[in-house]
Each structure stands twice: as structure tokens, then as C-alpha cells.
Design a binder for this molecule. Structure first.
Ligand SMILES: [Mg+2]
Length: 379
């Protein structure tokens, strides 16, 4: 069956949020990120990009490229607020929504054409988001997620683009292979070394040539280059959560032991989040008492994968939930409301020391296994 899939992506999201709060920033080259000497560019305005500045660039280098660039410290609570506002507007109008990252959504609007016409519907939704939030956003509409995402990219900034069914290959052919979502720096270099720069070249190749060069990934890239993508839009509430439970050998009320177990579970889950490039927005604590009474408590939190932030929140939950002073048989932690997102964006809340500690621990865990390293606090 033919589908109608919308992709939408807020334009320079962190920059736009800062400009809502301070209109003096509009039209200026600006950078969101850590302002210290060792800071990194998290996001930058189109005016700053003209100077060659891009995200993940060291702040020091960015300022060499553009001295007058204004640095703004990130505010993750505000980003979460506006992100959820956009999600709510979309959900009011569309039953099938996937929140792909803090500033990106996929919508399956198949069947909508019978009533309104998908393109008209998409344009109206875009205008509503711009009007209700004040944030610029770009949209792509096509038969699948990949083509719509690439269409959004070509519509930026603040534009919209439709790729009609049957014209996917024509649309993709003249574009750079960099535009294919799966093609990162490494794959790009590899394909460039094979003499490939335009998607058209991939379309003209045999699939087995790509398979030989890149294995299973090669097949996926080849399919995407040909405008083929069957992957479904996965609704928000069906996205996976992550959880861990611990059952005590003997029931306990030893606070030191309970805290140690909680922090260990948080550390391990936060590591899994970062490994999958995910952020969580909902934290649940479960306590089962020795008489098998089970209580849970949940809080919504700004998107994060920082074990420091998550450890603070889990202790808040623990203090609220553990009021009975009874022996505990089991405790459990769950992260839900997951979206794709990088820990990078947490840079402004954490000091460089926190971040490098996390990544140093992740590095050791990836090499030697999760249980080989714990922060001092959980020992
Ligand atoms: Mg964006």
C-alpha cells in the first residue's frame, strides 16, 4: 500500500529557542554551547554557518572564524518544554507520530488525502506550529521516512518540500551521498574513495557491489539511494523503555546498600542510553516490600542521559516513595519516553569534567564490560 509519510525538523532548534527569549539575537551570528575555553559548539545560527562554523566544533576555533559571534548557554529545560509543545500540536492532529529526536518527528498520514489532500494538510500543520510556538520548522512529504527526511533537508531553512510518488529516484539522483541519513563520516570517505559522490551513481550500481564493499549496510544504503524504505512510523508510546530490577538475597532497610544498588543501576542504564544515542524523559522507581506490596512512582524530567542528573532524580523519587520503613525485597528503575539524542547537548549543564568522566567510563566499559567500572559514589 502507498503511504504518506511526513518528516519535520525544527530549524536550528536551540538557536531559535534562545531567540524567542531575546529578540536582539535575531539575524546575528550566534552559537549555543559551553563558553569555556574547552567548550564545544552545540548548535549555531545560519548567520554563523556562513563563517564556516558547525556543530561539534571546538568553541575556540569557532570564535577564531567569527569574532563577533554571540555565545549563548544552552537551557535544556526550555528545549524540553518547546519540544513537547511541538509534539502536542502534532499529536492533536495525527494519530501516528514518532518522535525521532528532540526536534524531529515522523508522521504517518496515510489515508488523510481522502479528506483534505496530504500536501495541504502538511502545509497547514506547519503553519500552526510556527504560529503557536514561534519556532521555524521545515517539512518533507513523500512515500517513506528516508525520502521525507532528505526532502526536509533540502527545504531548509523554514521551508517545505513534497516528493511525489514515483519521483523518488529523480529527486534523489542529483544530491550528494552525504544526504542519505545512514552515511556518516566514515562511510562517506569510503564511498568517495570508490569514486562515488552523487546518489545517482549509487542508483546506477548493482546492489551486490555495495554489499561487497559495505556488507548489510551497503544493501540498506543502496535501497535508500533508490528511494526504497519500508520502515514504519513507530508511535511514541510503543518505543522501548529500559529497566533494571534488583532482588535482595535478604530483605533490607540498609540505606547505604539501597543507594549503592540504585546508583549502580542508574550508571548502567545511563551507559546503555548513551551507547544507543538515546535520551530519557521519564524516570520510574519501583519498590517491592517484604510482604510483596509493590509501589511505583514516576517523574517526567528534561531529556538527559547524564548519570549525575539521573542519580539526583532517582534519590528524589526514593525519598518520596520510601516512607514505610519496611524491609525491601526488590528495587527497580525504568527509563521511558526515550528519544534519539546525543549526550553532547547536555554539555551546558555538566561541567567538562562530568562529561569526560562519563565518556572515559563508557570507553572502559565498552572494552572491558559494564561491571568493571563504577563511580566512587556507588562503591
Ligand atoms: Mg533540527
Amino acid at each position: 500500500m502507498e503511504r504518506n509519510i511526513v518528516h519535520c525538523d525544527l530549524d536550528t532548534f536551540f538557536v531559535s529557542v534562545a531567540r524567542l527569549q531575546n529578540s536582539a539575537l535575531i539575524g546575528k551570528p550566534m552559537i549555543v554551547g559551553g563558553s569555556s575555553d574547552r567548550g564545544v559548539v552545540s548548535s549555531c545560527s545560519y548567520e554563523a554557518r556562513k563563517f564556516g562554523i558547525h556543530s561539534a566544533m571546538p568553541m575556540r576555533l569557532a570564535l577564531q572564524l567569527c569574532r563577533e559571534a554571540i555565545i549563548v548557554k544552552g537551557d535544556y529545560d526550555e528545549y524540553s518544554k518547546y519540544s513537547n509543545m511541538v509534539t502536542e500540536i502534532i499529536k492533536e492532529r495525527t494519530p501516528l507520530v514518532e518522535k525521532a529526536s528532540i526536534d524531529e518527528h515522523y508522521l504517518d498520514i496515510t489515508g488523510m488525502d481522502k479528506f483534505f489532500g496530504c500536501w495541504q494538510w502538511t502545509k497547514e500543520l506547519r503553519q500552526s506550529i510556527i504560529k503557536e510556538t514561534g519556532l521555524p520548522i521545515s517539512f518533507g512529504l513523500s512515500a517513506n521516512k528516508t525520502v521525507s527526511k532528505i526532502a526536509t533537508g533540502t527545504a531548509k531553512p523554514c521551508g517545505e518540500r513534497q516528493v511525489n510518488i514515483g519521483l523518488e529516484k529523480n529527486f534523489l539522483a542529483p544530491l550528494s551521498i552525504k544526504k542519505i541519513p545512514m552515511v556518516g563520516e566514515k562511510t562517506y570517505t569510503l564511498l568517495r574513495n570508490m569514486g562515488i559522490s552523487k546518489i545517482l551513481t549509487l542508483q546506477q550500481m548493482e546492489v551486490f557491489t555495495m554489499q561487497r564493499a559495505l556488507g548489510e549496510n551497503g544493501i540498506s544504503i543502496w535501497k535508500k539511494a533508490n528511494g526504497v524504505d519500508d520502515s514504519p512510523v513507530v508511535p511514541y508510546h510503543e518505543q522501548k523503555s529500559m529497566s533494571k530490577d534488583h532482588t535482595f538475597e535478604t530483605d533490607t532497610i540498609d540505606m547505604a546498600v539501597l543507594k549503592k544498588i540504585l546508583f549502580t543501576m542508574i550508571d548502567e542504564l545511563a551507559f546503555d542510553l548513551r551507547k544507543d544515542v538515546k535520551l530519557t524523559s521519564c524516570l520510574t522507581l519501583k519498590i517491592r516490600y517484604s510482604n510483596f506490596d509493590t509501589h511505583t512512582k514516576q517523574i517526567k524530567i528534561p531529556y538527559t542521559s547524564s548519570e549525575r542528573v539521573l542519580s539526583e532524580k532517582i534519590m528524589l523519587l526514593f525519598d518520596k516513595l520510601y516512607t514505610r520503613r519496611m524491609l525491601i525485597r526488590l528495587i527497580g528503575v525504568k527509563f521511558s519516553g526515550l528519544i534519539t539524542g546525543s549526550y553532547q547537548v547536555d554539555l551546558f549543564n555538566d561541567t567538562i569534567k562530568d562529561v569526560s568522566l562519563s565518556s572515559a567510563m563508557d570507553h572502559i566499559r565498552l572494552r572491558f564490560g559494564v561491571d568493571k567500572v563504577l563511580r566512587g559514589i556507588s562503591l
